[in-house]
Design a protein around this ligand. Structure first.
Ligand code: GTP
Ligand code: MG
Length: 194
């Protein structure tokens, strides 16, 4: 994909604030700190379009980015971050669930899981929610640059088991550091857009 333009559009707090032009959109979900914003920046060849942080909980709203005036990338708040007050967590939860369940232009949700760790119950819950909502999903294993050679296959299979994915289900290894997986994700997105 040739990125001609990639611009921040809006931080939505409720569905009414999301764009209503019907352009296709692609969203990224996953635990806080898993690398959602970094993956987006990597895909778009930008260093800091989506704000990243070593501290979990950076992204707190539904953030829209207009790509080539053709489609949207949607950066979502991470889940599973303990240090946020329960009331705030519940608020995010409602906003996110509402968005994921009812957003018509949503073409694909990329669910990110840190390749170093076992998926959590929250990861499983998210996939289940998307499954029930009949939203197409793709699991992406992030930060694979941090894995040693021998861990790779084992860790990917651990994600497959933990999320109860099919034997053949695609899990895309990704690294924002080395850009591994970037081409694969673009290929999938381009196919949907075509
Ligand atoms: P929230 O917005 O808090 O939900 O986090 P996020 O999922 O958007 O994570 P973010 O992209 O902000 O990255 C979190 C931390 O992980 C940052 O310190 C990044 O530099 C680091 N990180 C992200 N992707 C990678 C990667 O592929 N490899 C390595 N080594 N570090 C990464
Ligand atoms: Mg983020």
């Amino acid at each position: 994909m040739k990125i001609q333009s990639a611009e921040y559009l809006i931080s939505a707090m409720k569905p009414e604030q999301c764009p209503n032009d019907g352009r296709p959109e692609f969203a990224f979900v996953g635990r806080s700190n898993v690398g959602k914003s970094s993956l987006m920046n990597c895909m778009l060849n930008r260093k800091a379009l989506a704000k990243t942080s070593a501290r979990p909980g950076k992204t707190q709203t539904i953030n829209y980015f207009d790509i080539n005036e053709q489609f949207y990338f949607v950066d979502l708040p991470g889940y599973g971050f303990a240090k946020v007050p329960v009331s705030v967590k519940e608020q995010w939860g409602r906003v996110m669930t509402g968005y994921l369940r009812h957003r018509e232009p949503l073409q694909l949700v990329m669910q990110l899981v840190d390749a170093r760790h076992k998926p959590t119950e929250k990861d499983w819950d998210m996939l289940e929610l998307l499954d029930r909502a009949e939203v197409p999903t793709l699991v992406v294993a992030t930060k694979v640059d941090k894995l040693k050679g021998g861990e790779r296959k084992k860790n990917i299979e651990r994600i497959r088991d933990g999320l109860e994915l099919d034997k053949e289900a695609l899990i895309v290894p990704f690294s924002a550091e080395t850009k591994e997986g970037k081409g694969d994700l673009w290929e999938i997105i381009e196919e949907i857009l075509a």
